[in-house]
Design a protein around this ligand. Structure first.
Ligand code: HXC
Length: 286
C-alpha cells in the first residue's frame, strides 16, 4: 500500500541524494524500519529488506518500492540468528542490486515478562535475536560496507552525501535506567549498543561510521502495541509525562536515519541518537 511521503519524510531533504546506493535492512518490513527504508528509497536509493516471514517480507518490499518510480526493493528471507543466511542474503543483495552501501540492524523480538515468568530459553531467545542477530548483521555487511566506504576514504573533506559505509543499529533506552518486565530486552539492547560502538571504533579507520538510533515511544508501532497499555486514557497520561508532551512519529525516526546516512552525519560515529522527546530522562524508559 502506498504511504504518503509526508508520513515518512520531511520535505527538507534533497531528492536523489542516495542515487545508485543500496541499503540492507534487517527487520525491514517492521513498522519503524520500513519507514527508514522508505525514506532512503524515496531519496533515490534501492534496498534489500530481510525478514523471517516470507509473505510479510515480500509484501513489505513491494510496498516500499511504490515510493519512487523505478525503485528496486527486494525482500529476502533470513533469520538473523543464522549468520550464514545473512551472509548469503548480503551477497545476493550485491548480486541483484550492484552493491551494499548502507545497513540498518533493525530486527528485534520483544514481549513483556516478569523475571519469575521469563524462562532461561525466553531470555536467550531475545538475546539471540536482538544482540547476536545485530552482531551477525554487522559480520555479514561489513566487508561490503568497507568496499563502499573505500571509494571515498581519506579525501580530506567531509564524506559527500551518498557516500556508503554507514551502519545504524536500532536500539532502546530500557538499559539507560532499568525497567521491570524487560530484563531480556534491556540486556540485549545494552549489548547492541556496545556492538555498535565497537564497529565504529574498529572500522572507523576504514571509513565506516556506526551509530545507534534509540526510538522512544513512537505511535502506531508494533513495539508500542506490545509494550504499552492500549487504553487511550493511560496513553494520554503517559504522553503528558514526555517533555515534548506527545508520542513520536515514525517519520521522526526516518528523518534521523537520513541525517546519519547523508553528508549531515559524516562526522558522527560510535554514538547514540536518542529520538524520544526527552522521555527517558524523566520517566526512565518507554
Ligand atoms: C514469557 C515468552 C513470551 C511471553 C515467548 N516466550 N513469548 N515468555 N512471556 N510473552 C518464551 C517461550 O515460551 C519460549 O520459552 C521462548 O520465549 C522462545 O519462544 P518461541 O516462540 O519459541 O521463539 P520464537 O518463535 O523465535 O519467537 C521469538 C519471540 C517472538 C521474541 C518470542 O515474540 C517474536 O518472534 N517476535 C518478533 C517480533 C517482535 O517481537 N517485534 C517487536 C519488536 S519491537 P520456553 O521456555 O517456553 O521454551 C521492539 C521495540 C522495543 O523490540 C523498543 C520499544 C520502545
Amino acid at each position: 500500500m502506498a504511504v504518503p511521503r509526508e508520513q515518512f519524510l520531511s520535505p527538507v531533504w534533497r531528492d536523489g541524494i542516495f542515487e545508485n546506493k543500496v541499503l540492507f535492512c534487517t527487520g525491514g518490513a517492521g513498522t519503524i524500519c520500513s519507514m527508514q527504508v522508505r525514506a532512503f528509497v524515496a531519496l533515490g536509493g534501492n534496498a534489500c529488506i530481510i525478514g523471517r516471514n516470507p509473505e510479510k517480507t515480500e509484501r513489505g518490499a513491494a510496498d516500499i518500492a511504490l515510493v519512487r518510480p523505478g525503485a528496486k526493493v527486494i525482500g529476502l528471507v533470513a533469520d538473523v540468528r543464522d549468520v550464514k543466511a545473512l551472509e548469503d542474503a548480503a551477497n545476493r543483495c550485491v548480486k541483484e542490486l550492484g552493491s551494499l552501501d548502507f545497513a540498518i540492524a533493525g530486527a528485534a523480538g520483544n514481549f513483556l515478562a516478569p523475571m519469575a515468568q521469563l524462562s532461561s530459553n525466553a531470555f536467550k531467545t531475545v538475546m539471540d535475536i536482538d544482540a547476536v542477530g545485530s552482531y551477525n548483521t554487522a559480520k555479514a555487511v561489513l566487508p561490503h560496507l568497507v568496499k563502499s566506504a573505500q571509494k571515498h576514504k581519506n579525501t580530506g573533506a567531509a564524506q559527500p552525501t551518498g557516500t556508503g559505509g554507514r551502519i545504524i543499529f536500532v536500539s532502546a533506552s530500557f538499559h539507560f535506567t532499568g525497567k521491570p518486565l524487560q530484563a531480556h530486552v534491556a540486556a540485549a539492547k545494552a549489548a547492541v549498543d556496545q556492538i555498535s560502538h565497537a564497529v565504529g571504533i574498529e572500522y572507523g579507520p576504514y571509513g565506516i561510521t556506526s551509530n545507534i538510533i534509540t526510538p522512544g515511544p513512537i505511535a502506531n508501532t508494533e513495539g508500542m502495541a506490545r509494550l504499552s497499555k492500549a487504553d487511550p486514557e493511560s496513553q494520554k497520561k503517559f504522553a503528558k509525562k514526555i517533555p515534548v508532551g506527545r508520542y513520536g512519529q515514525v517519520k521522526e525516526i526516518a528523518d534521523a536515519t537520513v541525517y546519519l546516512f547523508a553528508e549531515t552525519g559524516s562526522y558522527v560515529n560510535a554514538n547514540t541518537l536518542v529520538v524520544d522527546g526527552g522521555q527517558w530522562r524523566v520517566t526512565g524508559a518507554a
